[in-house]
Ligand binder design. Structure first.
Ligand code: KG4
Ligand code: ZN
Length: 350
């Protein structure tokens, strides 16, 4: 037995590498339980996929293969970490594109085997959920979480790490997916969210009012597909639309998404009695959604916790942080390489 085993794992400082390769971003980070985020590298494949108007899975996998190891090297250097300083390697095990996930998982497992440390498979959305903890203020459990990304729109009740109850989710398109599709129809680039936000800034708020789907029904589910069709029909009804028309449409769409989200979050405050809400995932970078939710929070005497802007979209830091939480709770590694392209977060505790 080594001397190390006489220390409780919780008292020791721990350092984790995070590897995120679930979609079109290679994110590598080093997070230390005492020193915080020591390196956070991001390589975006956006240019690679832009000409196709969306992510091409096979191209994504190949690019992750090219980038992941050199970026791990760089992150170790940047954080001044020797291999012996690393206590675990956390990687995104799902949900996401299966080929892209397999790249991160195989590299994480191989390195972990070579360095004799655990490899920790992290749920991508749990990574997003915990990203606000990388900011200055952290909510205490229990709290509500709104996860809005390219693949998910979920409202959850979080009782503890790994103990999540799904209150409602999108029955069709995720919020980010709707942003991306509407951007495409308006002839804007990929990813659509930032492009719509930019164009909407010059929109006329008086011109259109788009529906707030499923807000007249009880419950917490979302549906953005009808809103997308409504947006398309509005565009089609305009002969030779000009940039101002598109800006007015972008604004009406963005306002409708923000207001729909506000109505569901208000309902969640009322029905659960909770007053802390985490808002995370790529769409949480949207300034109009943040403004709308901040207004709601002020009126409801609630607190909203967002990730630092840079950590709203995919990144390695959130994976390293989520991995560290598991390590500190005595995570035991399972040996096979398993990735889960589909993975309900409510299965995490079981
Ligand atoms: O969380 P994320 O980086 O990847 C997934 O896990 O899906 O989210 C990407 C999504 C894309 O759909 C993108 O259009 C959207 O987040 N997004 C935004 C903004 N920035 C990124 N949507 C609205 N406003 C933004 N500023
Ligand atoms: Zn994501």
């Amino acid at each position: 037995m080594s001397n190390i085993s006489s220390f409780s794992p919780i008292e020791q400082s721990m350092r984790v590498i995070g590897i995120e390769t679930s979609c079109d971003e290679t994110g590598i980070a080093v997070y230390d339980s005492e020193l915080g985020l020591m390196s956070d590298l991001l390589y975006s494949q956006i240019d690679l996929h832009a000409e196709y108007g969306g992510v091409v899975p096979e191209l994504a996998s190949r690019d992750h293969i090219r980038k992941t190891l050199p970026m791990i090297d760089q992150a170790l250097k940047e954080s001044g970490s020797a291999r012996a300083d690393i206590d675990a390697i956390a990687y995104t095990a799902g949900p996401g594109l299966v080929g892209a996930l397999l790249v991160g998982a195989s590299i994480a497992k191989s390195l972990a085997f070579a360095w004799n440390v655990p490899a920790i498979g992290v749920h991508h959305m749990e990574g997003h959920l915990l990203a606000p903890m990388l900011g200055d203020e952290k909510p205490a459990y229990p709290f509500l979480a709104l996860l809005v990304s390219g693949g998910h729109t979920q409202l959850m009740l979080c009782r503890d790490l790994g103990d999540y109850q799904l209150l409602g989710e999108s029955v069709d398109d995720a919020a980010g997916e709707a942003f991306d599709k509407v951007a495409k129809m308006l002839g804007l680039g990929y990813p659509g969210g930032p492009a719509i936000q930019k164009l909407a800034a010059s929109g006329n708020p008086e011109r259109f009012r788009f529906p707030r789907p499923m807000t007249d029904r009880p419950g917490f589910d979302f549906s953005f597909s009808g809103l997308k069709t409504f947006t398309m029909n509005t565009l089609k009804a305009i002969e030779a639309p000009e940039m101002q028309d598109k800006a007015d449409i972008a604004l009406a769409f963005q306002t409708a998404v923000a207001d729909t989200i506000r109505i569901k979050c208000k309902r969640a405050f009322e029905q659960t009695g909770l007053r802390s809400l985490i808002v995370a995932g790529g769409v949480s970078a949207n300034t109009e959604i943040r403004r709308t939710l901040d207004e709601l929070a002020a009126r409801s005497r609630a607190r909203i916790y967002y990730p630092p802007l840079k950590l709203c979209t995919d990144n390695g830091a959130m994976i390293a942080y989520a991995g560290l939480q598991q390590l500190q709770r005595g995570y035991q590694e399972d040996s096979p390489i398993i990735v889960r392209p589909r993975w309900p977060m409510t299965e995490l505790g079981s």
